[in-house]
Design a protein. Structure first.
Lengths: 162, 760
């Protein structure tokens, strides 16, 4: 119950759109995204910053929304999976995941895809070892990572060629 | 017709992929039901205790708290449930049996409030003596967890458990064939070795979650359950509500691996909704999921007799499994572990014994290939140890004793339906091709398991006027791609493009009974049911066409959008128009699979054998004891590949899960407390730990029982990994490890011991 707790007004860019929200200081970014903005593509698994399921991009860099205070995104840019592509218009990373079958249950996928986006923004043609290292904070219990790595290597090579 | 076969049903892209990569897929934890409350659970902090009193008054007085459920609320219903033994209360009644057992549950307007209310609940306990180790729990004088053994028969699995009243043993399985003692007495050598396998957490990334809406005479649930009909059955008996009034809907589930099979938190959430008289959502934290179920840990003792020529003469298997505080499906796990310890070998004299034992730990449960990894770890380690002692090459030793296709693992089981020797040789050839000559430390292991598949399930297929198709089945999409498989089966059987075939989320209100999603069975059993339902439709369509347009039904064939006859194509809509007088309607086909299907051939267990070969190369840091699996070849005879990427993915995922229990994973108990039950302390394989090279060899013998000769798959890949690594370590460094996981410390010590021995 939100009684007697002070609130904060924040404004940020969410998936390219300026938005504002009134949040409690203790509210986590993941809850604000999932509940206030009804963006349920951001997933909660470990809830303590080790699995990456809740990854979003903040000013282009991956962050665990389960471990981030919502008020901290005031004035920043947040990208969730909903802002990346649609089933009709997939982002190249999403296309690569589909083409390589780099997902099964799909629960890790939104976070994984966004982490890849963050990686490729920093390093357009990472080596396989760089990929493995960068993405080690994004767990997947279904795929054994083999096809995820294939998908990202494919993307990295394409970027390299392009 | 033939070209249509090739055109349709071959799409590799699964419909769920698009929704999942874009975040549009609705998972069980995304379900919002109007007016729902949020529940949190207060859990026992003691391993074994009497509950003297629970004071919920302060919690109830908090604004926003709607209801608090405790054992006292269960008066008037059948408070206990189970799958083999009715041993588990919906919520603790007067006593707790493990750290983490639900003691009270709060329903409040939001999760914060519910969480805060937990702190306001006072529980007075009186500690009881506890036991967390299975062997200790079998010793005389051990604290007894369940005074009564309230057994169920043919409830979920066929048969009943052999519990030993007055002890903690809730399953005691025994089997004997041949004259084992005589064979041991006359053997050239007898090897006796013991191995241990840890408790392992499933870590499906989505935690357990259920929304329950309990009304006066009905219950609706949106659940992560892998076995919706089992949930239905248990709830019906607990609350005395007819099956037809219990609806279980299963949206996308974020991984299961057995941890969401049978029944888990559904009864508790239903009871909380009943108390609150509102829909309630309970979404566990991952830590709570760790306190909900885990793989049964095991102590496996093997005694194996061989002749001078290296022929297996007799084997005696004894498995003691730690089943935790409640039996769940543990009795089945124990049986399977004993059988799965045999391996694909000719063993004329066989003695199997397994026990599952209650302890004050998290309840054990099904986990990918129940009992399999525990058994194969022991058997395949020992095969290498024997080969080494006899100075025989371990592959040659295996091949010399391996059953050919059609051989009997056990006389009462279906003959082995896979060519294992050929599979092993192919996997080795593939590894040679991958690795070249710079062979690292290499290990090999094989497995043959009998899936605990009940061939019971159904499907309804509806062909609409516009030739779109709805496939209704209760098969849960937990990531294995089963909905994609069902679509392609229907597309092929009805000669319609796959884009027009939909498989909605399972809903027991509309889809037929299905035993449950697990044990690698869905593609086979429900795939066949869909095939049968489609054949039913095809028959109706062709008979109607013959009736309307003349000729024999055989002269009409289904084709894209309609049916083709002697005088050309008629659309489904035209056909229905002619039948109904308006241009609408539908054809409905029903498919049912029972043990009588295929002229009774399905009655014999197992329905098929799930086999696996693993060949791996490891790299060892001898200074730290750190091991990594560098290259891995995994082979399985899947009969027929229904979707290559999905099938490979299942295999890769299974193997890397196996890597987890091989090197890292173990739920550790100290003083009755699970000390690493959080994802900070419990490590599962991360991307940088996956093998650098991974090759999946899918053998297609085309003679499985499923659609197009498919066999079930998805579990076998987990089996060989641990013995592959252990055998590689032993072969290269002389370091033999018998206890999983092979942590750097254990490996380092084993390397040092081996060095000392070698130095002497
Ligand atoms: S849920 Fe945020 S890192 Fe795991
Ligand atoms: S696809 Fe299931 S956790 Fe990654």
């Amino acid at each position: 119950m939100k009684t007697g707790i002070p609130t904060l007004d924040i404004a940020f860019v969410l998936n390219g759109v300026r938005v504002s929200a009134t949040v409690e200081p203790r509210e986590l970014l993941i809850d604000v995204l999932r509940e206030k903005f009804e963006l349920s593509g951001t997933k909660r698994s470990c809830d303590i910053g080790v699995c990456g399921a809740c990854t979003v991009l903040i000013d282009g860099l991956p962050a665990s929304s389960c471990s981030m205070i919502a008020a901290d995104v005031d004035g920043r840019e947040v990208l969730t999976i909903e802002g990346l592509g649609t089933p009709q218009g997939l982002d190249p990373i999403q296309q690569a995941f589909v083409a390589h079958g780099a997902l099964q249950c799909g629960f890790c996928t939104p976070g994984m895809v966004l982490a890849v986006k963050g990686l490729l923004a920093l390093n357009a043609s990472p080596t396989e070892d760089e990929i493995r290292h960068f993405l080690r904070g994004n767990l997947c219990r279904c795929t054994g990572y083999v096809k995820i790595i294939e998908a990202v290597v494919d993307l990295a090579q394409r970027k390299h060629l392009g | 017709m033939d070209s249509a076969k090739h055109l349709h049903g071959r799409t590799e892209i699964r419909a769920d992929y698009l929704d999942k990569v874009t975040g549009e897929a609705k998972f069980a934890s995304d379900i919002v039901v109007p007016g729902m409350l949020h529940g949190r659970i207060l859990r026992s902090t003691l391993p074994h205790a009497r509950i003297l009193a629970i004071d919920t008054s302060a919690a109830l007085a908090m604004p926003g708290v709607v209801a608090v459920l405790t054992g006292a609320d269960l008066a008037g219903i059948n408070a206990h449930w189970g799958l083999y033994l009715r041993d588990r209360p919906v919520i603790a009644i007067d006593r707790v049996r493990y750290v983490g057992e639900p003691v009270a549950a709060v329903a409040a307007v939001d999760e914060f409030t519910a969480e805060e209310a937990l702190d306001a609940i006072q529980v007075d306990y009186e500690s009881l003596p506890f036991v967390t180790d299975a062997e200790e729990a079998m010793a005389p004088g051990a604290p007894i967890l369940h005074e009564d053994m309230n057994k169920l028969k043919d409830f979920y699995f066929k048969g009943e458990t052999k519990a030993v009243p007055g002890t903690n043993i809730f399953q005691h399985y025994q089997y004997e064939n041949g004259d084992v003692d005589k064979a041991f007495a006359g053997a050239h050598r007898v090897f006796e070795d013991s191995f241990t396998f840890p408790m392992v957490f499933h870590y499906a990334m989505e935690p357990h979650v259920v929304v329950a809406d309990f009304r006066e005479d009905s219950i609706a649930l949106w659940s992560c359950a892998q076995s919706p009909t089992a949930v239905q059955k248990v709830l019906s008996q607990l609350f005395e509500i007819p099956l037809a009034k219990i609806r279980v809907v299963t949206p996308f589930v974020g991984g299961g691996f057995g941890g969401k099979a049978s029944v888990k938190i559904d009864p508790l959430v239903a009871a909380l909704s009943r108390k609150a008289a509102r829909p309630v959502r309970v979404c566990l934290s991952i830590t709570e999921s760790m306190l909900t179920c885990r793989r049964l840990s095991a102590h496996v003792n093997l005694k194996t007799a061989v002749s001078e020529q290296g022929e297996l003469l007799a084997k005696s298997v004894r498995v003691v499994m730690n089943g935790g505080a409640y039996a769940d499906t543990g009795p089945a796990v124990a049986i399977k572990s004993a059988i799965r310890a045999i391996g694909p070998y000719r063993i004329p004299n066989l003695r199997l014994e397994s026990m599952a034992v209650y302890t004050n730990t998290v309840p054990g449960a099904a986990f990918r290939s129940i009992g399999g990894p525990q058994a194969v770890w022991a058997t395949e380690s020992q095969m290498d140890m024997i080969a080494e002692a006899l100075h025989i090459d371990p592959v040659a030793f295996r091949l010399a004793n391996m059953l050919d296709k059609g051989g009997l693992v056990r006389p009462d089981l279906r003959p082995l339906d896979v060519d294992m020797p050929e599979m092993l040789k192919s996997a080795l050839r593939l590894m040679d091709a991958e690795a070249g000559s710079n062979a690292r430390a290499r290990g090999v292991a094989v497995a043959a398991t009998d899936p605990g598949v009940l061939p019971v399930g159904g499907a309804i297929v509806r062909l609409k006027a516009d030739a779109s198709v709805l496939v209704l089945a209760n098969t849960v999409e937990i990531g294995q791609g089963t909905h994609g498989v069902l679509r392609s089966v229907a597309a092929r059987a009805l000669s319609q493009p796959i884009e027009r075939i939909s498989v909605p989320a399972p809903d027991t209100d509309v889809s037929p009974y299905d035993w449950g999603t697990g044990a690698s069975r869905s593609s086979v059993v429900i795939g066949l049911a869909v095939e049968e339902a489609c054949a039913d439709i095809a028959r109706q369509v062709r008979e109607l066409a013959a009736d309307l347009y003349g000729g024999e039904p055989e002269a009409f064939l289904l084709a894209d959008g309609g049916v083709v006859g002697p005088n050309g194509m008629v659309s489904i809509r035209e056909l229905l128009h002619a039948l109904n007088g308006v241009d609408s309607g539908e054809f409905i086909g029903i498919g049912r699979i029972t043990p009588r299907s295929k002229q009774g051939a399905f009655a014999r267990a197992p329905l098929f054998w799930e086999t696996a070969v693993g060949v791996g190369e490891i790299e060892v840091d001898v200074d730290t004891g750190e091991v990594r699996l560098e290259r891995y070849v995994s082979a399985a005879d899947v009969g027929h590949v229904l979707n290559r990427k999905a099938a490979e993915g299942q295999d890769e995922g299974a193997a890397v899960q196996g890597l987890g229990h091989s090197l890292y994973e173990e739920l550790v108990y100290e003083d009755g407390q699970p000390i690493n039950a959080s994802m900070i302390d419990y490590h599962v394989p991360a991307m940088d730990e996956a093998p650098h090279q991974f090759v999946t060899l899918l053998v297609e013998s085309g003679d499985g029982p499923g659609p197009e000769g498919a066999r079930g798959m998805g579990e076998g890949g987990i089996l060989p990994v641990a013995p592959v690594i252990a055998n590689a370590l032993a072969r290269r460094y002389g370091a033999r490890i018998r206890d999983l996981p092979m942590t750097p410390e254990k490996v380092w010590r084993a390397l040092n011991d081996a060095k000392k021995k070698g130095g002497k």
